[in-house]
Write a protein that binds this ligand. Structure first.
Ligand code: DAH
Length: 355
């Protein structure tokens, strides 16, 4: 029975060693040394067999209680060590300054668009929107540009397959189909924001006073001044007794808001199938002069063609109006002195953060 007196001191030593284990690996090793198959405490339990039948129950109870205590202590030590392992090795300095996140900026094209919209809002224009995947009817036919019209050649675009396996007709085939009376309803990427004029007039009765900023597409090769995707702002004003004077005054107002009070604009006769008369707008200011130029072509415009009014169901004997469309990239390039349009689309932060 002598070994029973060893239980208490052995247990105390084991508890101390458990507590002193520096990490989880050390603890596992200590566990093995005591209650593993060849552990010191296990050896003690094996001696139980040497006791008489009468002595066994009391001795067994004693040993079991010690074992339970050791296992509980082991669990507690393990939990404490696990927590310690999860904590950062380096102490945290709560007084250190926080990590700053630099603020992003609006893209220069967005900034210019916002400024144009702001200028038009001042004089009562609302912003309208339309789909970039447009049908031929809204992009061309309704704008008095039927399928066989030569003006379509300068705005070739990307046609979209409308059902699986079937490729949309090329412009030429579409022209043939439309002339044969099959209607021009195939889908394409809109070549200008002018299509939204039609969509708005189809939905609301006159008067109309809208601008339409948006993305447009052409089958163009990219170079310093062209990109197959670019942005336009369309304007449409329909009311009674609207004149070219209103158009010129409005364009002048907006460009002065945008580019400064030294801006001069000039209207040059031009041709668009949806306006009559039609003009191109030339623009000049100190910046243009600095570029060694007298004028810079900036937009197309004119008085809405009576045929367009007929098409959307406005009475051309009652209603008059003007429309214009200009390229946002052009204005942004002029404003910021950017000489390559492709810079806008590369998303290089070193370029973008300058504006
Ligand atoms: N849609 C023309 C273009 O993309 C620009 C334009 C010209 C728009 C005359 C108009 C307009 O509304 O009246 O080149």
């Amino acid at each position: 029975m002598g070994f029973l007196n060893d239980i208490e001191p052995l247990k105390q030593t084991a508890l101390t060693e458990f507590k002193n284990a520096a990490d989880l690996a050390a603890l596992e090793q200590t566990k093995g040394a005591w209650i593993g198959p060849n552990g010191k405490f296990t050896a003690l339990m094996k001696q139980l067999g040497t006791l008489s039948k009468e002595e066994k129950p009391a001795a067994g109870k004693l040993i079991n209680a010690a074992k339970v205590e050791l296992e509980a202590a082991l669990g507690a030590c393990r939990e404490a060590l696990e927590l310690k392992a999860a904590l950062p090795k380096e102490p945290t300095d709560f007084t250190a300054p926080g990590r700053r996140r630099t603020l992003g900026k609006l893209h220069p094209l967005t900034q210019v668009t916002d400024d144009i919209v702001r200028a038009f809002r001042k004089i009562g224009f609302a912003v309208a929107d339309g789909p970039e995947i447009e049908d031929e009817y809204h992009c061309f036919d309704a704008l008095n540009t039927p399928a066989d019209h030569p003006a379509r050649d300068s705005q070739d675009t990307f046609y979209i397959a409308t059902n699986a396996g079937a490729v949309s007709p090329s412009p030429g085939e579409a022209a043939t189909a439309a002339m044969a009376g099959e209607g021009g309803r195939s889908s394409l990427l809109r070549t200008h924001t002018s299509s939204v004029q039609i969509r708005v007039m189809e939905k609301q009765p006159p008067p109309v006073r809208i601008i339409v900023p948006g993305r447009v597409y052409r089958r163009d090769n990219a170079d310093a001044t062209h990109n197959p995707t670019f942005h336009q702002i369309e304007g449409l004003y329909v009311d009674k007794n609207v004149t070219v004077g209103d158009l010129k005054g409005t364009v002048e107002f907006v460009f002065r808001e945008l580019m400064g009070s030294d801006v001069k604009i000039r209207f040059r006769p031009h041709y668009f199938s949806y306006t009559e008369p039609s003009y191109e707008i030339d623009f000049t200011n100190a910046l243009v002069k600095k570029m060694g130029k007298d004028w810079l072509e900036i937009a197309g415009c004119g008085m809405v063609h009576p045929q367009v009014f007929e098409t959307v169901g406005y009475d051309p004997a009652v209603w008059t109006g003007w429309a214009f469309g200009f390229g946002i990239e052009r204005i942004a390039m002029l404003r910021y002195g950017i000489n390559d349009i492709r810079l806008f689309y590369e998303n290089d932060v070193r370029f973008l953060k300058q504006f």
